[in-house]
Design a protein around this ligand. Sequence first.
Ligand SMILES: Cc1cc2nc3c(=O)[nH]c(=O)nc-3n(C[C@H](O)[C@H](O)[C@H](O)COP(=O)(O)O)c2cc1C
Length: 164
Amino acid sequence: MIRLDPRALRQALGRLPTGVTVVTTRAADGAPLGFTANSFSSVSLDPPMLLVCPGRRLSSFDAFVICRHFAVSALAGDQEDLSIHFATCPGDRFAGVAHRTDLNGVPILSGAAATFSCQTAQAIPAGDHCVLIGKIMDMTDGRMPALGFAHGRYFQSNALPGRI
Ligand SMILES: Cc1cc2nc3c(=O)[nH]c(=O)nc-3n(C[C@H](O)[C@H](O)[C@H](O)COP(=O)(O)O)c2cc1C
């Protein structure tokens, strides 16, 4: 099998612009958990489904693979600070961050471009990540530009043509 250069692979994959999300759930003891993820993708409209890929390196990995519910907050163009916060902050990442709980009791972030509240449909092991597929039970649409990520840098989706 051809051995791909991991750095070259990351660089090539990073050329594809993505959105930036914060994926959230609750631990068994009720503690809120969240991490920044750009591995988000829509999956199905009928039934409505999405996916995101938590990595095995996450301290919250075990909680995400067994969670019954999770939520995805698609960050707005002005929420770059929250992307960094949920990728790096140790301890309680929700302290001082405006949020509310959704119909499943899972935290979702205020001011997000869109939010999706999910029931876990499948958690499929995939290499050093897990493909977490959720059935969307509720959503909000802030009708505002979303935060984008490409080449390791952030951009606002209103840099793109088209309507919001
Ligand atoms: C823009 C961006 C996108 C990321 N996407 C993912 C992802 O899709 N899956 C993942 O497991 N980690 C992703 N990360 C890394 C995690 O957010 C970060 O490693 C994690 O929150 C830190 O680990 P901890 O939660 O154990 O402290 C991303 C980080 C950034 C800044």
